[in-house]
Write a protein that binds this ligand. Sequence first.
Ligand code: HEM
Length: 478
Amino acid sequence: MKKLTTAAGAPVVDNQNIQTAGPRGPALLQDVWLLEKLAHFDREVIPERRMHAKGAGAYGTFTVTHDITRYTRAALFSEIGKQTPMFARFSTVAGERGAADAERDIRGIAMKFYTEQGNWDLVGNNTPVFFFRDPLKFPDLNHAVKRDPGTGMRSAQNNWEFWTGLPEALHQITIVMSDRGIPSDFRHMHLFGSHTFSLINAANERFWVKFHFKSQQGIRNLTDAQAAELIGRDRESSQRDLYDSIARGDFPRWTLYIQVMPEQEAGSYHLNPFDLTKVWPHGDYPMIEVGTLELNRNPENFFAEVEQAAFTPANVVPGIGFSPDRMLQARLFSYGDAQRYRLGVNHHQIPVNAPRCPFHSYHRDGAMRVDGNHGGLTGNEPNRSGEWADQPDFREPPLSLEGAADHWNHREDTDYFSQPGALFRLMTPEQQQALFDNTARAIAGVSPDVQARHIEHCTQADPAYGAGVAAAIRKLEG
Ligand code: HEM
């Protein structure tokens, strides 16, 4: 058995009794083991993620089953059968680190693919759209869905005042209030990259792309009543389900599909393809099968591998790129920035975050630099030894842009309601009734003007949607 030492490696002689002045006297400052133990304990908690604080993770493998090399030169998609190791973290959004899993909320899915050309992170949700189109509203969303500054409690009033203040949120609200709003666990739900990204092929042609992972386990959801009962028994229900299923060898799998739009079609398509509140109808851009994602290994240490995992949409690899989506553009900054605060400037060195290919960035120094810090290698570029040379072969094709710099008003597109209306009409009568009842329970007690505003938006999507929500609220509130 290994014997206890201090962090400096010296034997700890007594881990049961502190040093005191006599058997009943006060503690001695020279009991350095006591000081070290308490000091470390006092610093064990790191800041939680500002959103998506509650989560669970697992390692897995992505396997290519279909050839998409005409769209992308990304190494991970280079040939059928190719396997790439990856790490995934699932989460809820609004709850803090200790929140229950079975809440009505979006589920996050962050994936890190350790490719031979660097890490590709796809940081998405279990919904294909989001509440709004402009990133300036993101901090407001979080203030609205998290705790009220005065009471310290979650507030349906704040939540619905904010949501209904943004008519473009109805699409996402409709999904969250639908029967899919509480997935039974992390395995029985689809996963989406949500934004439009780009693919670049070997001929340096650009395509716009959306990523969809369809659950091979199927879809399984909880009603509000089932979720309440489950939370009473188990606050970690989704985390436990993922861990246990992997531990018993029942590996969850998803099939990756992409939707692809040639670059030049973006200008003429009837929707703004970079609007995160809208989907691309599959009739216009069909689903193209790509491969299989399998999660097959649990982490050995939750803090080291899950809590310290750092994903960012800024991590792309040659053959995969960004798009002009304003929300995506802001996210390219926010994640790394949050992680420099949450984990430190050298968080890339934490094993779960480090690339598995050779890497050679010339960042140096900073708090908690724990590798050799590049030893005596030159720290400047240009230099006479050709160190740190950039790699122009991986340059993307130029992207044509037009227009003067301004705060362009995204509300010039006022089509907030056609897609939520279409989604509503796709639902069975039972699903529509569940949508009405879930909405009524969530909005109950909120001020009548805010309820009326939501009903008005639902009515614009479909008169039956508005009437159904209004009736369900009346029934609940009397
Ligand atoms: C986590 C910002 C929109 C999915 C986070 C974090 C920040 C953030 C700061 C915590 C990162 C960390 O501490 O490691 C933003 C901003 C957004 C935005 C500024 C919009 C302007 C979105 C959207 C999606 C998304 C649209 C999905 C399509 C996630 C996920 C996580 C996360 C899955 C958890 C990552 C993990 O498991 O570590 N976001 N976010 N976010 N966000 Fe966003």
